[in-house]
Write a protein that binds this ligand. Sequence first.
Ligand code: FES
Length: 214
Amino acid sequence: MPSDTAGSWTPVALSADLPAATVIPAWTPAGSIALWRSQSGRVSASSDRCPHRGMRLSHGFVRGEALSCIYHGWSYSPAGGCIRIPAHPDLEPPETIRVAVHKVEEAGGVIWVAAGEAAAHPPHFDDLVPVRSLTVESDIGALEDAAGTKIDPLGLVRIADLPWVRLLSTEQVDCTLVHVMSEKGRSSPSDRTAASRIAETVRRRAEARQREVA
Ligand code: FES
């Protein structure tokens, strides 16, 4: 993934898959996160562990501009501070109660989260549009074999059989997260269907390849 020497950016999700007032689980090399979009549209990435009793915050819910834990309802701001404890409505939560947060940027329909102290901005693919995301049960090597090309320094794998389709790929602990992208001039509904189908084909090939080498 593109990075400076101190950190890197991970393409964790497509913007279209995170509507306002929702939270989803996501993954970066720094660990699991709760990725959420406030009612006003702001995207935040919080550590996926509530400081109260450890419930996953990605199981929680978004109200207004805050993320709330599903267990006892503690609420956190985009900056990570606890702003409300329902069992003690008159208490102003101490500043020490907070969740870790990560830097987030949206570019070209992709949501990027920084792992570490990434100083630069994530890449913006001016010539590509996102189609969909999928998870491949293989490593990057098997995905490259299946696509017939090598991953480039920005994390894009071109599909040899349909060269206007790219797979923006991030290897995770036991799978690879892929965001299917197509060239801007190839984004009609039929092109998107074709891109999606070839990505499924590559997924099947990669998973078969992975089973062979396992
Ligand atoms: S575990 Fe999250 S509020 Fe209690």
